[in-house]
Design a protein around this ligand. Structure first.
Ligand code: CS2
Ligand code: MG
Length: 408
């Protein structure tokens, strides 16, 4: 079996999805997702100029060797651009492998460990009242877990995943008004003062069963994060996400020494080396890598297995920057993983998105049910794809009130 061709498509309804399609001499094709949010053209160029010419003629069944070829062969390895490009190739090869085996992909990992996989939605409000409504809305739809982000009184602008009064300017929706990013202003002191009270009110209103997640979005220093986590303990959060920037893995050690709150981290990680210490030393509870940014199914599965040895569960990133292809790759891992925790689920479930990526994966009662179709179980409609093209956009940035750049 040989790879005969591969094509990269950029575009989609409201998102610049980067989709790789690998064709073979046996008529089967495989699909992969290389969408790197708001830097989409870069993995696309990496694929077109450096990877695809090297794939032609290779046996697609040798997915391990092809992954090693891409990773070791690049010399300058790791980083989100390269790993997103490798991730797309790897997903497409697993898609092909499972199609060849005439099985849904999860069967190649060891079958299903569960039926529906728990998912969480994003509830958000520019104030607490709006946020409470948003949580009720998801609960009515059957969600058992929600991430809650709330505007902070007197904070100059809402940020860190709060929808700006219901308009589309939030952290995961690309701002197509231009390439220059919108600036949001952040103040950790106001946040630390207000958020424990807001989270306590949410717990009070919705009772003990709702799984409440909160994303700090890398905004705090290690000491602030440790103090903040301590105050949140009585609320019994499902997780506190990205309390500090992930580069400083020692920060999590400090946090762990002061609080028992469950910690989730890893949406910006690109390899097992980024999370090795955190997992080995049991400094986190959930690992948030994604099949795209971590370089595909092959390395992500290794991370999951390694995490399992250290009581770390999965909580894969699932912002709508990922297309339904990587969501499907993660859904197959979720169906199998013995140490599955939860899946963030925010694929833009619009008619246009479903037409571009047809599948019968389904979401019901706050859980994701993986399709039993062969392969990844998601297709890509090239005719639909021809309606879209790349549109330049941006992602907000964060500054402190005095102008200092801060972490988004
Ligand atoms: C967020 C992301 O989903 C999350 O937890 O942190 O939406 C993040 O802001 C975006 O992926 C950034 O591109
Ligand atoms: Mg996050």
């Amino acid at each position: 079996m040989k790879i005969t061709d591969a094509k990269v498509f950029i575009g989609g309804p409201g998102k610049n999805y980067v989709t790789l399609k690998i064709y073979t001499d046996q008529g089967l094709y495989g699909l992969g997702d290389a969408t790197l949010n708001n830097r989409e053209t870069l993995p696309a160029i990496y694929l077109r100029d450096y990877i695809i010419p090297n794939l032609i003629g290779k046996d697609p069944r040798n997915s391990e060797d092809i992954w090693q070829f891409l990773y070791r062969g690049a010399y300058f390895r790791r980083g989100p651009i390269a790993m997103a490009a490798f991730g797309a190739v790897d997903m497409a090869l697993w898609d092909l492998k499972a199609k060849l085996a005439q099985m849904p992909l999860y069967q190649l990992f060891g079958g299903k460990s569960r039926e529906g996989a728990l998912i969480y939605a994003h509830a958000t409000g520019s104030d607490l009242e709006q946020l409470l409504d948003s949580i009720s809305h998801y609960q009515e739809q059957g969600y058992k877990a929600v991430r809650v982000q709330c505007g902070i009184p007197d904070m100059p602008s809402a940020s860190y995943g709060v929808r700006d009064n219901g308009n589309k300017n939030d952290d995961y929706i690309t701002d197509f008004s231009g390439i220059r990013p919108k600036v949001e202003i952040w103040d950790s002191e106001r946040y630390i003062r207000y958020m424990p009270e807001a989270l306590a009110k949410i717990r009070d209103k919705f009772g003990p069963d709702l799984k409440i997640l909160h994303d700090v979005h890398h905004r705090l220093t290690p000491r602030e994060a440790a103090a903040f986590a301590k105050t949140l303990e009585p609320i019994n959060l499902y997780w506190l996400e990205d309390p500090t920037p992930a580069e400083d893995q020692n920060a999590l050690r400090m946090l762990r020494q002061h609080s028992t709150i469950p910690i989730a981290i890893g949406e910006v990680f690109n390899s097992i080396y980024d999370c090795h210490t955190l997992i080995k030393d049991e400094l986190i509870d959930f690992i948030r890598v994604s099949a795209t940014y971590a370089g595909g199914i092959t390395p992500t599965k290794r991370i999951v297995d390694f995490a399992g040895f250290h009581n770390v569960r999965t909580g894969f990133h699932g912002a709508p920057s990922h297309s339904p292809i990587s969501m499907a790759a993660q859904a197959h891992l979720n169906a199998w993983a013995p140490n599955f925790g939860i899946q963030e689920y925010l694929v833009l479930g619009t008619k246009e998105c479903d037409a571009l990526f047809p599948s019968d994966h389904r979401v019901e009662n706050g859980a994701f049910y993986v399709s039993d179709a062969n392969g990844l179980g998601v297709d890509f409609d090239e005719k639909e794809a021809s309606k879209y093209q790349y549109e330049a956009g941006s992602h907000p940035i964060v500054r402190l009130e005095d102008g200092t750049m801060w972490n988004y």
